[in-house]
Design a protein around this ligand. Structure first.
Ligand code: NAD
Ligand code: TYD
Length: 366
C-alpha cells in the first residue's frame, strides 16, 4: 500500500490515470487539482465514495498546502500532471502557463524534496523537442527546442526536474508523450472538438493546409506507460512514449466524418495557428525494450472507441460547451470561421461566374 499524490487529476489524462490506478492497484490516491476551466469533477464521479480516493482542491503553487499535504498524507510517489495544456491558449495569454507549469512545478519539487518522497514522475510532452520535417523521429537525446509558449513552459519544467536530479539527487523521472486522445478530453483539443462539432453538425475548423502531422496515442496506453515508468523506470532518465500512429489533421477529420456518416462539407479551412509545429513523431524503443511496455491500441481502434464515448456521453461535453466555453469558442474561432466560409463562398461564386460566362459566350455564338 503506497500513498500517491496525483496533481491535475481532474483533467483529461490525470482522471484516466486515477481510474486506471484504482482498477489495478491497492494504492491510496490523493488528487490535488485547482479545478481550472479544464478540471472537471464529473470525470471522477464514479469513484467519489472510494475509500482509496481523496480529492483536495488547491493549486500546486501553494507551497504550504503542498508541503502539508505530502507530510500529512504520507506521500511516497508523486505523479505530476497539473498544467496549462492548450497551445492556442498559450498564444493568447501565456501568463497562466508560466505560473502553473514553471512556478508550480518548482514549488512541487521543493515540497517533495523537503519531505523526502520516494519517486516523482514528471509528465511531459513531445512538443519540448520542437518540430520535425517530413522524416525523422524524436529520441530522448534530441535537443530541446520548444516553439510555443506552452512547450517552452513544459521544457522549462523538464529542465527544473533535471536540475533537481543532478543537484540534489532528487528521485525524479520524466515521461514525454505524444498527443493523447480518449474519454474525458476537454473539447478544445482537436479530436474531441472535431467529434463534438460533427455530432452537432457544426463546422470542423482545420488550421492552415490541414497537413500538420501528430502522433496519436490512446490514453489507456499512456496510462500503462506511466505505470511502468513509476514502477520500473530509472531515476534521472527520460522515457519517450507514443502511439506509433502518425496522422494528418485532414485525415483525422475524414475518419471522424466517415464514422459518423456526415458530409465532408463540414471541413472548414481556417487561418493557421501562429508558429504551428509541422510534425511530431517519437522513437519509443527505450520504454519498450527497457521497461517492457507495449501498445495495445491501433489508431483505428482507439478513434472508434473515442468517437463512441463522445456519442454516448453527449451530456458530459454539452455541459462544458454551453458554459464559459462559448466565449472561448467565439474568441478563437468566430472570425476565423467566418473568413473560412467566405473563402468557400467566393470559390463557389467564382465557379458560377465562369459557368455563366461560358454559357453566355456559347449563346452569343449560336
Ligand atoms: P488538462 O488541461 O486536461 O488538465 C489539466 C489539469 O490540471 C486540470 O484538471 C486543471 O484543473 C489542473 N490544473 C491546472 N493548473 C493547476 C494548478 N496550478 N494547480 C493544480 N491543478 C492545476 O491536461 P491533460 O491533457 O490531461 O495533460 C496532463 C499533462 O500531460 C500535462 O502536464 C500536459 O502537458 C501533459 N501532456 C498532455 C498531452 C495531451 O495530448 N493531452 C500529451 C503529452 C503530455
Ligand atoms: P491540439 O489538439 O491543439 O494539440 P497540439 O497542438 O498540442 O498538438 O491540435 C492538434 C492538431 O490539430 C494541431 O496540428 C493543430 C490542429 N487543430 C486544428 O486544425 N483545428 C483546431 O480547431 C484545433 C484545436 C487544432
Amino acid at each position: 500500500m503506497k500513498n500517491i499524490l496525483i496533481t491535475g487529476g481532474c483533467g483529461f489524462i490525470g482522471s484516466n490515470f486515477i481510474h486506471y490506478m484504482l482498477n489495478n492497484y491497492d494504492y491510496k490516491i490523493i488528487n490535488l487539482d485547482a479545478l481550472t476551466y479544464a478540471g472537471n469533477l464529473e470525470n471522477l464521479k464514479s469513484i467519489e465514495g472510494n475509500p482509496n480516493y481523496k480529492f483536495i482542491k488547491g493549486r500546486i503553487e501553494d507551497r504550504k498546502l503542498v508541503s502539508n499535504l505530502i507530510k500529512e498524507e504520507g506521500i511516497s510517489f508523486i505523479v505530476h500532471f497539473a498544467a496549462e495544456s492548450h497551445v492556442d491558449r498559450s498564444i493568447t495569454d501565456s501568463i497562466p502557463f508560466i505560473k502553473t507549469n514553471i512556478v508550480g512545478t518548482h514549488v512541487l519539487l521543493e515540497a517533495a524534496k523537503e519531505n523526502n518522497i520516494e519517486k516523482f514522475i514528471h509528465i511531459s510532452t513531445d512538443e519540448v523537442y520542437g518540430s520535425l520535417g517530413p522524416t525523422g523521429v524524436f529520441t530522448e537525446l534530441t535537443p530541446i527546442q520548444p516553439n510555443s509558449p506552452y512547450s517552452a513552459s513544459k521544457a522549462s519544467s523538464d529542465l527544473l526536474v533535471r536540475s533537481y536530479v543532478e543537484t540534489f539527487k532528487f528521485p525524479a523521472t520524466i515521461v514525454r508523450c505524444t498527443n493523447n486522445y480518449g474519454p474525458y478530453q476537454f473539447p478544445e483539443k482537436y479530436i474531441p472538438l472535431t467529434i463534438s462539432n460533427v455530432l452537432d453538425n457544426q463546422p470542423i475548423p482545420l488550421y492552415g493546409d490541414g497537413l500538420n502531422v501528430r502522433d496519436w496515442i490512446y490514453t489507456e496506453d499512456f496510462c500503462r506507460a506511466i505505470d511502468v515508468v513509476l514502477h520500473k523506470g530509472r531515476i534521472g532518465e527520460v522515457y519517450n512514449a507514443g502511439g506509433n500512429s502518425e496522422e494528418t489533421n485532414i485525415n483525422i477529420a475524414k475518419i471522424i466524418l466517415k464514422h459518423l456518416n456526415k458530409p465532408k462539407s463540414l471541413i472548414t479551412y481556417v487561418k493557421d495557428r501562429l508558429g504551428h509545429d509541422r510534425r511530431y513523431a517519437m522513437d519509443i524503443t527505450k520504454i519498450k525494450n527497457e521497461l517492457g511496455w507495449q501498445l495495445k491500441y491501433k489508431f483505428e481502434e482507439g478513434i472508434e472507441k473515442t468517437i463512441e464515448w463522445y456519442r454516448q456521453n453527449k451530456g458530459w461535453w454539452m455541459k462544458i460547451k454551453s458554459g464559459e466555453y462559448l466565449n472561448y469558442y467565439k474568441k478563437m474561432y468566430g472570425q476565423r470561421l467566418q473568413e473560412g466560409m467566405q473563402v468557400v463562398k467566393d470559390k463557389v461564386q467564382k465557379t458560377e461566374d465562369i459557368r455563366l460566362n461560358r454559357e453566355s459566350r456559347k449563346g452569343a455564338k449560336s
